[in-house]
Design a protein around this ligand. Structure first.
Ligand code: NOJ
Ligand code: NOJ
Length: 463
């Protein structure tokens, strides 16, 4: 046993030494403006390789081209919506609309809560965690964005025929999703990690956003009853969210009322951060400057510092903390077996921290003030450039104040560190799903589409 441990330690120390060498032992991996531009263009190309690739039905957004160990050669509703939300190409968006309409027309086992489809467009029928109700909400958010652009351009005919017909029963993509979301948001369902049955902050915030945007669209398209129904449901969701705040632990939990699923004792989950990014804008509740979100970001980052060995390696100290899904995670990118496998940091989660910090910078500057509260104080004090600074609860800093400037600048330099962490552990421009918690080497599905989408939104948010 002892020999085994020391052998394992030797092997991983070897890996780490190699990594550190390649890293030239520079103390801070500083990304240049041209690095940032390259990260976006390279990720765009690699992401688009997974959109309608040869051999798939047009409009397919593969989660990854990997066909075994793990098999990600499917179109997940969630991954596809998050990807198509950053795609500009009109034809690609129209193809996505068409395949989504086809998928909506297939009943499956749980209707629009079906999580994934085959590469020919048919529904996946094997056993899986279903329903996953974030899917229709995320798809609505993405497609409403397209609908609003088309309306601005005067292409009302397309919008009315394919996206929002204002009829019941409806044969249009967005209206069908909105009706489903409005009717089912209270149902227990599987989380974005496809493991836990319960109520999830990530899913509910996506549903709230879809219904808010849907209400505005319905109003624009002369469907006033739907507009007020969707707005009322969005408000009802909003009123239901108080239980996600755990006052005794001082952070937001990802899931409540969990009936099925793996150990989630800490309640900490990066899905709370993803929810702020994917489903809020401006100063909305649960947004990027909400002090509950910042308290959660801090608690989660500390948990991952303690959980992953790569976060404790001295040579990596100037890279941002490698972030995973949740501290108790067992899924190693291939299997999930309690006591056998262990979860790892994820690129999309680490990118999310960069995006959170960048967007918090922008939001604080737009607000023009930062209020120090008992909840956000530790978050500000942990920023690298502010080590040793103490903030007082109740203090307010305004733009122009030295402390305001120090905080917003520290958010950008620490945001950059998370991207430096990703760039360091990436294999060139390629991003898989995960990177090993001990060595930093990539593992899990290769060329994960969502990893690329998360890189693009992170860098684009950089002030
Ligand atoms: C595959 C799922 O997509 C992943 O989220 C999950 O952790 C594993 N299966 C284990 O259930
Ligand atoms: C596993 C992740 O947990 C889930 O969120 C994702 O949809 C699938 N992999 C496909 O990428």
């Amino acid at each position: 046993m002892i020999r085994q441990i020391s052998l394992m330690t030797l092997v991983s120390v070897g890996f780490i030494a190699f990594n550190a060498l390649a890293f030239n032992r520079t103390t801070y991996f500083r990304l240049t403006p041209s690095d940032f531009r390259h990260l976006v263009t390279a990720s765009e190309t690699l992401m688009m390789n997974n959109v309608s690739p040869a051999g798939t039905r047009k409009g397919t957004v593969l989660a990854s081209p990997s066909t075994n160990n793990p098999n990600y050669y499917y179109m997940w509703v969630r991954d596809a919506a998050l990807t198509m939300n950053v795609v500009q190409d009109r034809q690609a968006l129209f193809d996505y609309v068409d395949i989504s309409l086809l998928q909506q027309s297939e009943p499956g086992q749980v209707g629009l809560g079906e999580p994934k489809y085959m590469s020919d467009g048919s529904v996946f029928t094997g056993p899986w965690g279903r329903p996953q109700n974030d899917g229709p909400a995320l798809r609505a958010i993405t497609v409403i964005g397209l609908a609003n652009r088309l309306i601005d351009e005067g292409n009302l005919a397309y919008v009315r025929s394919k996206l929002y017909d204002g009829k019941l029963p409806t044969h249009s993509l967005v209206k069908a999703d909105l009706e489903y979301v409005a009717a089912h948001w209270q149902d227990p369902n599987f989380d974005l990690w496809e493991e836990s049955l319960g109520q999830h902050l990530y899913t509910l915030l996506a549903q709230r956003k879809a219904l808010q945007l849907g209400s505005a669209l319905a109003k624009k398209l002369n469907d006033p009853q739907a507009a007020s129904f969707y707005a009322a449901q969005a408000q009802a969701i909003d009123d239901s969210l108080t239980d996600f705040w755990d006052p005794s632990r001082g952070y937001l939990v990802g899931t409540i009322d969990q009936q099925v699923g793996p150990d989630h004792t800490s309640g900490l989950d990066v899905s709370v951060i993803l929810a702020a990014l994917h489903s809020t804008s401006g100063s909305e509740s649960f947004g990027v400057t909400d002090d509950r979100v910042l308290a959660t970001a801090y608690a989660l980052e500390m948990a991952f510092r303690n959980t992953y060995r790569i976060n404790q390696i001295p040579e990596f100290q100037n890279l941002g903390t490698a972030i995973g899904r949740y501290p108790e995670d067992w899924y190693d990118g291939y299997n999930a077996k309690q006591g056998v496998t262990l979860g790892n940091p994820w690129f999309l989660a680490t990118n999310a921290y960069a995006e959170l910090y960048y967007r918090a910078n922008r939001q604080f500057r737009a607000q023009g003030s930062i209020h120090i509260s008992a909840l956000n104080k530790v978050f500000f004090e942990h920023l690298t450039a502010l080590k040793g600074t103490t903030f007082n609860v109740g203090d307010v800093y305004y733009s122009g104040d030295a402390k305001f400037t120090a905080i917003v600048n520290a958010l950008v330099t620490d945001g950059d560190r998370f991207l430096a962490c990703v760039k360091f552990h990436a294999n060139g421009d390629n991003l898989s799903e995960e990177f090993n918690r001990d060595t930093g080497y990539m593992q899990g599905a290769h060329d994960l589409t969502w990893s690329y989408a998360s890189m693009i939104t992170a860098v684009n948010a950089r002030p």
